[in-house]
Design a protein around this ligand. Structure first.
Ligand code: 4AD
Ligand code: MG
Length: 430
């Protein structure tokens, strides 16, 4: 019977075969203790000379870290074992040898590890993060599917900017045209809701961010819901419910991984609705009060976001930013036209912006004026203008960066560990 380590409890007292890799080996004369991992967990396989025989025992003498192998044996409950079980080996075979594995127990520099990211992901900590990533992605999909949003994928080759022209990645598109890698699926989402009502897209997005910060990747995954007949308030409510759902799911299904990352779990347990809300104006006052040099009208820097977020024990919703610092598609606040119906969610503990969105400009003439003001090529936006020509409706939505959310939930220093192969200013390998 072949078994996986995460389900090993179902096989107590039975003979099973495990296939995996050697994580660690320790020997004491007549016994080898092999820590085996199979992608679902870790277990100690106890191999004694008297059971497996002299020859097999000596074959295991020099097994290198990450040797792939199969072990057969009986599952035994052991309270002292990390997962609660061990396996008493009766047979073992090597599948693929491994000598001189470059990532050992000693400290390695982060560049060394990033150069070997294809191997680094095998480390227990990295596995834990990637499992939590899966749980987050899964929770996101369930959240929207349970609310009857339709998944509608948006293109990656696009003809124009969505989030400002300074972070576009150009791509030669056959002979004559330049395409740009999508910065956001939002504009297409806006077309899709006019067909489907409420949609979301979930895919990779690209930003040519020249900044080398711990919060920026050049390729990251964003989930973007969009709703017809919806206001800024609707977008805020949806974002709040989404974040609460994700955190609850990770706490429920991946607590062990959070513990292995030494995450402060009590802090995550605070994440319940309603989230505190402040306007941009109030945020500016708060920053000044806390001694930050900040002028009304500016955009928040990383430190400003941290200072703001530190005042709260759960994500804080900042709304109504000046139109001048937000994207061209933001609707103006009818009460104060210099402000936009925009929103950012800032994660607690200084993890920065996790959600950005708001209500969209739905009037044709105003949108035309904005496109002109932002110096955007009108020809490329004709299709987008059509949405205001044929049955426009108030609508809103947002984008949530998966890696930002994960960095916060896992309590990491840097975004780079939250995605299997991070893409950054100075890194595209492996
Ligand atoms: O605030 P942003 O730029 O908003 C948009 O792209 C909207 N068009 C989304 C929408 O309304 N549909 O990006 C949204 C989120 C940010 O809050 C952040 O979580 C993440 O995307 N993000 C990044 N994550 C990693 N690396 C980067 N360089 C990121 N830029 C934005
Ligand atoms: Mg933003």
């Amino acid at each position: 019977m072949t078994a996986y380590i995460e389900k090993i409890a179902d096989f107590e007292g039975q003979q099973v075969t495990l296939r995996g890799w050697l994580h660690k080996r320790r020997s004491s004369g007549k016994i080898h203790f092999l820590t085996v991992r199979d992608g679902t967990g870790f277990i100690q396989a106890v191999m004694s000379k008297s059971v497996v025989g002299e020859e097999a025992f000596h074959r295991a003498d020099h097994l290198g870290q990450e040797t792939s192998l199969a072990v057969k044996g009986t599952v035994r409950a052991d309270k002292r074992a990390p997962g609660g079980y061990e396996i008493d080996v009766t047979h073992f075979s090597v599948i693929g040898e491994s000598t001189g594995y470059p990532i050992t127990n000693k400290e390695h520099g982060v560049d060394y590890l990033l150069d070997r990211r294809h191997l680094w992901i095998r480390a227990p900590r990295q596995q834990a993060i990637l499992r939590i990533r899966h749980a987050v992605v899964d929770a996101v999909r369930d959240f929207f599917n349970n609310r009857n949003f339709t998944l509608a994928d948006t293109p990656i080759f696009t003809p124009a900017a969505c989030e400002g022209t300074t972070t576009l990645f150009p791509v030669q598109y056959f002979d004559e045209t330049t395409a740009y890698l999508a910065q956001s699926g939002q504009l297409y989402n806006e077309a899709n809701i006019m067909a489907l009502g409420r949609v979301y897209c979930f895919g990779p997005t690209f930003r040519a961010e020249k900044s080398k910060t711990r919060r920026h990747l050049t390729e990251f995954w964003m989930v973007e819901p969009e709703m017809a007949f919806a206001t800024l308030e609707d977008a805020i409510k949806l974002g709040e419910a989404l974040v609460v759902t994700i955190v609850a799911r990770v706490l429920e299904t991946r607590r062990q991984e959070l513990e292995m990352l030494n995450r402060n779990i009590a802090a995550l347990e605070q994440v319940r609705a309603p989230f505190p809300r402040i306007t941009y104006d109030e945020a500016v006052d708060l920053l000044k009060l806390k001694g930050q040099q900040f002028e009304w009208g500016g955009d928040f820097g990383g430190t400003d976001e941290t200072v703001l977020a530190e005042q709260f024990d759960r994500p804080v919703v900042v709304h109504r930013f000046p139109s001048a610092i937000k994207a061209f598609y933001m609707k103006s606040d009818p009460e104060r036209p210099e402000l936009s119906l925009s929103v950012d969610f800032l994660a607690p503990e200084g993890y920065g912006e996790i959600i950005g969105g708001g209500e969209r400009l739905d009037d044709l003439d105003e949108l035309l004026a904005r496109i002109e003001k932002h110096n955007l090529p009108k020809e490329s936006f004709e299709w987008y203008l059509d949405l205001r020509r044929y049955g426009t409706v108030p609508h809103s939505g947002f984008g949530m960066g998966i890696e930002r959310v994960l960095t916060w939930i896992c309590g990491l220093e840097h975004l780079r560990e939250t995605i299997p192969y991070p893409r950054m200013l100075y890194r595209m390998y492996p």
